[in-house]
Design a binder for this molecule. Structure first.
Ligand SMILES: [Zn+2]
Length: 124
């Protein structure tokens, strides 16, 4: 039996390296798409955000990793202005990925998960 092909994962534009340095129409589109991921990430519970950050630690390095480590160790300690910018623009939208049924589902998952909760029940 042929192995079922795994659908491609859709990551947030920040994670894919499409940065805000783009200009004009591309930037507008990127910002709109980023907004989708940000909104989904903001809807996560504190426990889900913590889990998402732990998973992201395997995928990021440098400033992002440092900020995540600080957030996990001392969640209530305020970030510096520069750190907060990285957190808002890079880390927060990366806390979610599109559900693998993305052609038919608008749901989001935590990093590395294949299906959102409702699809996991149907396909998982
Ligand atoms: Zn789904």
């Amino acid at each position: 039996m042929p192995k079922k092909e795994k659908p491609s994962r859709i990551l947030c534009p920040a994670r894919r390296g499409i940065g805000v340095e783009r200009v004009g129409a591309v930037l507008a589109i990127t910002e709109k798409k980023m907004g989708e991921f940000e909104d989904a990430a903001k809807r996560l519970s504190a426990a889900q955000q913590k889990e998402a950050m732990k998973r992201l630690l395997d995928q990021v390095d440098g400033a992002e990793a440092g900020i995540i480590r600080q957030k996990l160790a001392e969640p209530n300690k305020p970030l510096s202005e520069a750190q907060q910018k990285v957190f808002d623009n890079q880390i927060l939208p990366s806390m979610v990925e599109k559900c693998s049924q993305h052609s038919s589902c608008k749901g989001f998952t935590l990093p590395g998960d294949e299906f959102c909760e409702s699809c996991a029940i149907r396909f998982g």
